[in-house]
Design a protein around this ligand. Structure first.
Ligand SMILES: Cc1cc2nc3c(=O)[nH]c(=O)nc-3n(C[C@H](O)[C@H](O)[C@H](O)COP(=O)(O)OP(=O)(O)OC[C@H]3O[C@@H](n4cnc5c(N)ncnc54)[C@H](O)[C@@H]3O)c2cc1C
Length: 259
């Protein structure tokens, strides 16, 4: 059985929904009017409204800027806290544990829920194969053999530890399982496939894309950054107007910050 995982997939579980009724009620209560940019998305309108509240720039105090120009100005002025109001939730699959270890280092504006290697049986684990070795039959074989052996060793450790009576005497059934899988998971390679739910706001995502999206030597970071930006630019192009997806000299896509 090939231990190679399915490819990367990014599913958008939640995206900003702007509540028109609430915005209208607020404006009525303040006796203000807002000339809305009809082309703006929910996320973009949410950020614009938040920015306008800072200066109450409604009615006669509203300039002729489009939503995109308004948000572009927030970004260029460094007033990015306003962008924190728009948040997305993704579930990312087909990524390695090594990748998610790097991902979860992002603290500000990110929340994570990841597949547990203590509660989840990894006997059927698969692994994320580096694209770098894709065209090399010998290295691919070496990689697949090593991963398959690691997973086989994991299975043996679980099977043998499950036979030990003393573990059942020392632990509750739940803690026995945790102890066995904790010991066995030490054999799993960093390439083992995982799934992670990520909630992040636009400011945090912009920071992530800036620092991670164009590292040409970091294949998974690049791929995830590109996949995230594709979704984000569909939902809120104005919030990510200074990012582009480009093809690098290795013919793979990356995320480039334009300003
Ligand atoms: C090229 C590269 C190489 C790396 N190499 C290593 C490595 O060898 N070893 C390693 O351990 N990590 C490494 N990292 C991870 C890096 O150190 C960060 O942990 C990770 O990129 C998250 O970045 P961040 O702290 O800016 O992001 P976040 O945690 O999302 O924070 C966002 C921003 O909020 C502010 N902030 C957040 N927390 C604090 C705080 N406590 N105090 C003050 N300001 C704060 C900062 O301005 C920060 O940039 C590397 C990252 C990159 C991009």
């Amino acid at each position: 059985v090939s231990p190679v995982a399915r490819g990367l997939e990014v599913f958008v579980l939640a995206r900003p929904v702007f509540q028109d009724e609430a915005a209208l009620a607020f404006l009525r209560a303040e006796q203000e009017t807002w000339r809305e940019d009809e082309t703006a998305s929910d996320a973009e309108r949410l950020v614009e409204l938040a920015g306008r509240v800072c200066y109450m720039s409604f009615g006669a105090r509203q300039s002729a800027r489009s939503n995109r120009e308004y948000i572009g100005n927030l970004i260029s002025q460094g007033h990015e806290s306003v962008l924190e109001h728009a948040a997305w939730t993704f579930v990312i699959t087909g990524v390695s544990r090594t990748f998610t270890h790097q991902l979860v280092r992002h603290r500000a504006g990110f929340s994570f829920s990841q597949l547990s290697q203590q509660y989840h049986d990894e006997r059927a684990a698969t692994a994320v194969r580096p694209g770098l070795i894709a065209g090399d039959a010998e290295l691919t074989q070496l990689w697949e053999r090593h991963v398959a052996e690691s997973i086989e060793a994991y299975r043996r450790l679980v099977d043998e530890l499950e036979e030990r009576d003393e573990l059942a005497e020392q632990h509750s059934p739940k803690e026995r399982m945790r102890a066995i899988r904790s010991a066995a998971r030490s054999l799993l390679p960093g390439s083992v496939e995982t799934k992670i739910v990520v909630t992040a706001n636009a400011r945090a995502l912009r920071h992530f894309l800036t620092s991670r999206g164009s590292l040409t030597g970091d294949e998974e970071m690049r791929r995830v950054s590109v996949a995230l930006l594709r979704e984000l630019q569909k939902d809120a192009p104005a919030l990510f107007q200074d990012f582009a997806i480009e093809i690098a000299s290795d013919r793979e896509a990356l995320v480039k910050r334009l300003s």
